[in-house]
Design a protein around this ligand. Structure first.
Ligand code: GLU
Length: 501
């Protein structure tokens, strides 16, 4: 059997969105599960829709996700070039070939002529389609005589190459995820294969490249399902064996209805792109998962489960586990609802799985500029990670480790402080001055202090916590004391005592 080869073939028309990442991931998981190759091909024949920086964005996003192509424009490979704009001579060769068959013809209708016909149809409440019913009345090498065609060619009149959709044929198609279905060719139109500037359209370049690059499986978004009939016939026309196809369902809005769109991200407050993207025209920045504190392995795990259920409904899987378990037959036919809560849940789980040292590196490479010794930061991470969804939560929920409280929460103050409290804390402070700042010693000191004074623990712990944190939150007080150290702790206590006097 031929080696499995799968390609991801995005067009550089903007940043890769969540759906694109999922397609790339499923392409990759399937290829690697089968011991095959994963190819990145940039489909940039539509120059009008080209967006500056989009190709670099796609490469960077895949790299961040750990979806590493075996062949790509950057990496090269046996079937280079991997950018369609650089493969023109290959398409030219195959344009000639298809024109020698009965599956393609030249069409000389100008855009203005076609617009006029479209308008006529519209006026009658009909929709115009260039197809096997209308082509005989239009300006092409089927309706015109050979001499007329030659004359137009001699006059250098621009033309496009169109696919000649066969009349009334039932195509029996097969999709790995959706099974078998049939389409009648009378419902399909004569798509343009080559534009009047000689550039192939998506349909033609796509099948030529899939053939040339020996692609065995095409896994792509369901928006391409209506093209499957045409693509199947193109393979037939060229005398090539078609690859197998699998079309992935949509990713749906959080409420479960309609396709997740770019705007939903702003509306519901979550990113729909893997990385931030700055629109080169408007300068607007679209939010990325990376910049929002998602870990790449958590992100990828979340994306993989949008439409795929591994065996035993397992939820946490590493890339290697996903590769091992991936099965296109277990990909759902129905759309997959996106959930922000679930995305956050995955990130929280992955933060818990990270070692303190790994989180230290993440925090240190973030833009937080934490001015604190590694050893202390590691202790803070250890204490705070349990409640963190994003790395920055460790800092935000533990801000009191980095700076003294500038005010005291009002409600907490009422609860924790009464007229005896200042005296109690002053006495406690004196005792703390005399001991080593180690959790166990601190615990015992505070405990003995409370006992000797005949005070309930709350009467001591609450104001102490309030002095150190500014509110009644945070990890155990002895832990906080140890990390802050003697000098800083005593200073905070005395600041609170002065404040409440
Ligand atoms: N260039 C197409 C896209 O941007 C590729 C579709 C396909 O995979 O065939 O989605």
């Amino acid at each position: 059997m031929a080696k499995v080869r799968v390609r991801f073939a995005p067009s550089p028309t903007g940043p890769l969105h969540l759906g694109g990442v999922r397609t790339a991931l499923f392409d990759y998981l399937f290829a690697k599960n089968q011991g095959g190759d994963f190819v990145l091909r940039i489909e940039d024949t539509d120059t009008a829709r080209y967006v500056e920086g989009a190709e670099e964005y796609i490469e960077e996003a895949l790299e961040w996700c750990g979806i590493i192509p075996d062949e790509s424009p950057k990496k090269g490979g046996k079937f280079a070039p991997y950018r369609q704009s650089e493969r023109r001579d290959i398409y030219d060769k195959y344009t000639e070939k298809i024109l020698q068959t009965d599956y393609a013809y030249l069409a000389f209708d100008t855009p203005e002529e076609l617009d006029a016909i479209r308008a006529e149809y519209e006026a009658r409440g009909e929709v115009f389609s260039y197809d096997n019913k209308t082509r005989n009345r239009l300006k092409n090498s089927i309706s015109l005589s050979e001499e007329e065609v030659q004359k137009l060619l001699d006059e250098k009149k621009p033309y496009v190459v169109r696919f000649k959709m066969p009349l009334d044929r039932t195509l029996n198609l097969e999709d790995i995820i959706r099974g078998k279905f049939s389409v009648n060719t009378n419902t399909l139109d004569d798509k343009v294969l080559v534009k009047n500037d000689g550039m192939p359209t998506y349909h033609f370049a796509n099948i030529v490249d899939d053939h040339e690059m020996e692609i065995t499986h095409v896994i792509r978004g369901e928006e391409w399902l209506p093209s499957l009939g045409l693509h199947t016939l193109l393979y037939e026309a060229m005398g090539w064996e078609a690859p197998q196809f699998a079309h992935l369902s949509l990713i749906l809005k959080p409420e479960g209805k309609g396709k997740l769109s770019k705007r939903d991200g702003d509306k519901f407050g979550f990113p729909v792109f893997p990385l931030n993207f700055k629109d080169p025209e408007t300068g607007n920045i679209s939010q990325g998962y990376r910049e929002n504190g998602y870990l790449p392995d958590a992100f990828i795990n979340m994306v993989a489960l949008l439409g795929w259920s591994p065996a035993d409904d397992k939820e946490i899987l590493s890339m290697d586990e996903m590769i091992k378990e991936f099965d296109l037959h277990k990909v759902h036919k129905a759309g997959a609802r996106f959930s922000k809560e679930k995305a956050e849940w995955f990130n929280h789980q992955y933060i818990q799985m990270k070692s303190d040292e790994e989180l230290l590196n993440i925090l240190k490479s973030s833009d937080l500029h934490l001015n604190i010794a590694d050893e202390k930061l590691l202790r803070i991470i250890h204490l705070m990670k349990e409640r963190a969804t994003f790395p920055k939560d460790i800092y935000e929920n533990g801000k009191f480790f980095f700076e003294a409280p500038s005010s005291y929460d009002e409600k907490a103050s009422k609860k924790a402080w009464n007229e005896e409290t200042s005296g109690i804390l002053k006495d406690l402070s004196t005792q703390l001055e005399a001991v080593d700042f180690h959790v166990e010693t601190l615990k015992n000191t505070i405990h003995d202090f409370a006992e000797n004074k005949g005070l309930g623990m709350g009467k001591v712990m609450m104001p102490l916590r309030l002095s150190l944190v500014g509110e009644l939150k945070g990890p155990d007080v002895p832990d906080i004391l140890e990390i802050l150290g003697k000098e800083e702790s005593i200073a905070r206590i005395s600041h609170a005592v002065n404040n409440f006097q």
